[in-house]
Design a protein around this ligand. Sequence first.
Ligand SMILES: Nc1nc(=O)c2c([nH]1)NC[C@@H]1CN(c3ccc(C(=O)N[C@@H](CCC(=O)O)C(=O)O)cc3)C=[N+]21
Length: 297
Amino acid sequence: MTDIIDGDAVAQDVRDGLGDAIETLDDAGVRPSLATVLMSDDPASETYVSMKQRDCEEVGIDAVDVDIDPDAPAEELYDTIDELNADDSVHGILVQMPVPDHVDDRDVLERIDPEKDVDGFHPTNVGRLVAGDARYKPCTPHGIQKLLESAGVDTEGKDAVVVGRSNIVGKPMANLLLQKADGGNATVTVCHSRTADTAEKTRDADIVIAAAGVPELIDGDMIGEGATVIDVGVNRVDADNEKGYELVGDVDFESAKETAGAITPVPGGVGPMTRAMLLYNTVKAAGLQSGVDVELP
Ligand SMILES: Nc1nc(=O)c2c([nH]1)NC[C@@H]1CN(c3ccc(C(=O)N[C@@H](CCC(=O)O)C(=O)O)cc3)C=[N+]21
């Protein structure tokens, strides 16, 4: 029987597990606070930001919500980041990506105080991660590590194939799987759009992480018997339903689950974990900035 890994349930465990740390901080008079900055009118981005704010409320994190007109000059976003950097009551800053074309996303990520960079996208935090000394692990790959752990999948000595080489998922995922640490110690292959034969690589893998942003790129023929399949895709395709869209993963779930030993669904797999690990990083940030020792799940 294929194990369908329940991301909603594991995310709930992480949120519950943050309770102790949030209480410890509360005893010290500290309330963790996350600022989300949205410079977009893309409906998907708006949905994600409002889900993050709801998550914060649920666990007892203050959510500061800044909206910037997508047509505003880049300086308005920079000024906002500067203000949030200087505000001691704010522990985490997330600028929802993508930002408009006239704003350079690298400039944005470098502007955020690395201590408050709960996405883990600042070059300082990227460097620390690669060096094996992560401060804030990027939320999606970190969430995937938690999912694998919860499914009883030990990564040590396994062949892991990451499909996709983005800065926010593929590259940090490959790095985490490579670390000499729990959730790492895997033999890692990274496939991408220029890979000669991706199927040949994925077929031999114990763990396949699909993070290419291409709907249903990975099907059952590309998965080896009993492999663990993690689907990072959150592709919105038009559909004739209430929402007007359907979420489609990078994996063809129906065919892949026939050969996989364990698989994450979309929705309800990696997405909720990404949000849970953002809360985790925010609580960690509050601890680091206030000098309060917190125990994280
Ligand atoms: N600075 C920044 N940090 C991010 O972490 C970031 C970002 N920008 N930009 C966009 C991507 C995407 N992302 C998702 C988070 C949660 C779900 C999620 O919870 N999805 C639900 C369903 C959501 C729905 O119904 O649309 C699920 O898969 O079950 C999806 C996507 C975070 N991102």
